[in-house]
Design a protein around this ligand. Structure first.
Ligand code: NDP
Ligand code: GDR
Length: 324
């Protein structure tokens, strides 16, 4: 039986990836950071809380990662753990550098010191492109991150490449564009919108306050994207891949889709609040997933409309059932 260790297993992608690997017959271990309140609601939502084995540890604590690897003896490690909210990365710069940046190096070192045959996946990000040099971003587009988060991710990306070239480790970096789901954290814009749409429709909220609604993002479904992570580690050669839909939409138009789905007009409810503006913004992201299609045989299956409708549906039932 193949075994995998997932850091960030309690996050959106960690939960979907754990489900995918369990369905493929893997034994799944997850590194779980100690928190005062339970963080396993996503695993619960997918009905797999008792099927995965959780090992206590933190990305900033090398010893705990080594212990997790020695315990799990994984053939694959997926590093999905991070302080992943771009907005918070200006408030918690050093924490972001430590978990999102140095955390990657800790996992790479843990693998180097235990078993270099382990295949490694790093959750890199389109946020590394930042200030756009090319209208469509591919694996060869230059990087210019615009947030402390993006800078930390770029460090992790290059360490992943460097350990591959220095120590012949099987390291892949997935440069993933935004991907969402009903399990998306509430502070990210799509989920903030679908949660508000549900609450406004049901009379529990009056307005939706947003920042820069002219920003454009290439949004896909997380359930599709975790498949690409797995595929990267099944190839003969380790490599880096852009994972995206190849379509970009403004936050404004994404809102229109969500409000229209429940028969409302977004312009009646959306209020612009500068509090949500960022010190530096990534205006447009649009990925070219051609390499992933050619080599991995991967492409996004879910349209933005299907994704947003799925998220609104789940938020409507959650709000109706009285959960917050
Ligand atoms: P989430 O924010 O939903 O999940 C992040 C996970 O990391 C959580 O399980 C969190 O644990 C864990 N974590 C945070 N800090 C630490 C730490 N110090 N030690 C151990 N675990 C920690 O992110 P997503 O699932 O959306 O994203 C997964 C990864 O992919 C992240 O690295 C993200 O930066 C990256 N990414 C995401 C994209 C997206 O659009 N979703 C696009 C490109 C990259 P806890 O629950 O306890 O806080
Ligand atoms: P992003 O996602 O920063 O792209 O990072 P987010 O959903 O936070 O923002 C997308 C765009 O929407 C604009 N925006 C707002 N964003 C939030 N969160 N809240 C608002 O009220 C709001 N109003 C407008 C933002 O300015 C931005 O332009 C996500 C994360 O998952 C990262 O971890 C990942 O690496 C990248 O996607 C790819």
């Amino acid at each position: 039986m193949k075994s995998a260790l997932i850091t960030g297993i309690t996050g959106q992608d960690g939960a979907y990836l754990a489900k995918l690997l369990l369905d493929k017959g893997y034994k799944v271990y997850g590194l779980i950071a100690r928190r005062a309140t339970a963080t396993t609601w996503r695993l619960n939502f997918l009905g797999i809380e008792h099927e995965v084995e959780l090992i206590s540890g933190d990305l900033t604590d090398l010893a705990s990662i080594i212990r997790a690897i020695v315990t799990a003896k994984p053939s694959e490690v997926y590093n999905l753990g991070a302080q992943s909210f771009v907005g918070a990365s200006w408030q918690q710069t050093i924490l972001t550098a430590q978990s999102t940046g140095i955390g990657v190096l800790n996992v790479l070192e843990a693998i180097r010191q235990t078993d270099q045959s382990i295949k490694f996946y790093q959750a890199s990000s389109s946020e590394m492109f930042g200030l756009i040099h090319e209208a469509v971003q591919s694996e060869t587009t230059p990087f210019y991150p615009r947030s402390p988060y993006g800078v930390a991710k770029l460090f992790g990306h290059w360490m992943t490449v460097n350990y591959r070239e220095s120590f012949q480790m099987f390291n892949c970096s997935g440069i993933l564009f935004n991907h969402e789901s009903p399990l998306r954290g509430i502070e990210f814009v799509t989920r903030k919108v679908t949660d508000a749409v549900a609450k406004i429709k049901l009379g529990r909220q009056q307005e939706l306050r947003l920042g820069n609604i002219d920003a454009k993002r290439d949004w896909g479904f997380a359930g599709d994207y975790v498949e690409a992570m797995w595929l990267m580690l099944q190839q003969h050669q380790p490599d880096d891949y852009v994972i995206a839909t190849g379509r970009t939409t403004t936050v404004r138009d994404m809102c229109k889709i969500a409000f229209a789905y429940v028969g409302l007009n977004d312009e009646d409810y959306v209020v612009i609040d500068p509090v949500f503006y960022r010190p530096a913004e990534v205006d447009v992201l649009l990925g070219n997933p051609a390499k992933a299609k050619k080599i991995l045989g991967w492409e996004a299956k879910t349209s933005l409309r299907q994704l947003i409708e799925m998220m609104v549906d789940v938020d409507l039932s959650r709000v109706k059932s009285g959960l917050n």
